[in-house]
Design a protein around this ligand. Sequence first.
Ligand code: SIN
Length: 278
Amino acid sequence: MSLLDTRPLSGVLGASVEGVDLASDLDDDLVAAIRAAFVDHHVLVFRDQDLSPEQQMRFGRSFGDLDTHPFVAGNDEFPEIIDVITEPDDRFTFGGGWHTDVTFLAEPDLGSILYAVDVPSGAGDTLFANQHAAYDALSDTMKGMLHGLVGLHSAGPQYGEGGLSTGNTAMRTRAADLADAVVRHPVVRTHPESGEKALYVNGAFTIGIDGLHGEESRTLLRFLLRHAVKERFTCRVRWEPGTLVMWDNRSVQHYALYDYAGQRRHMRRVTVKGDRPV
Ligand code: SIN
């Protein structure tokens, strides 16, 4: 029997975890139970946490080394923490489109851990989509066509010159030539812990499919991107100050909703390093 009391967030992914104080010292059995629940549910929600940046980083390190973002400056004191801030005057929010974190890296982060410091009341939710469920729902013929295909990923559309993610006032993002490097990942990846297959393309960073002509690549990608985030594969998390959510970048996409213009939202994010998708 698991040490954890979990309650599902939807029929397809996500669970809230009750009765765990993440500020305390977590023993190895509890960390192992959280990791198992993370692989099973893909998104874990812990409510009513009171975490300093150091405690959030210590929790993140229970799952591996922490990463720093190549194009978004970290917190001055704690470079592994990104303050995800939307100011009242901003016109868009960081993460405001379906994506999987940092797939432009050869070894994208295994997971992300986001803690709510200040959230607009009743708004600023985050959506998640289960990419195992999206893959499973495809026909066997489509699955057969996708196996062996390679997606081309780049930070260029977000962090290249004039990129979509470089105009937010509160976050210190930087456009860089490096952003245009192209990295190759399988269109269908196998989760290294569960062995399950998942779709692995996303609208923010996947710029094409290797070996297909331009129109073929755009058409297939458009279909996959729409399919991957159909409502039936999703759950939605409502934040309160003190909510912490960890998600598995090997099996989900996410989307930060921007429905609170004129209000401020401040989250703290740490990410755990991952390995090369296969
Ligand atoms: C992100 O994409 O990491 C940010 C998600 C959010 O702010 O809800």
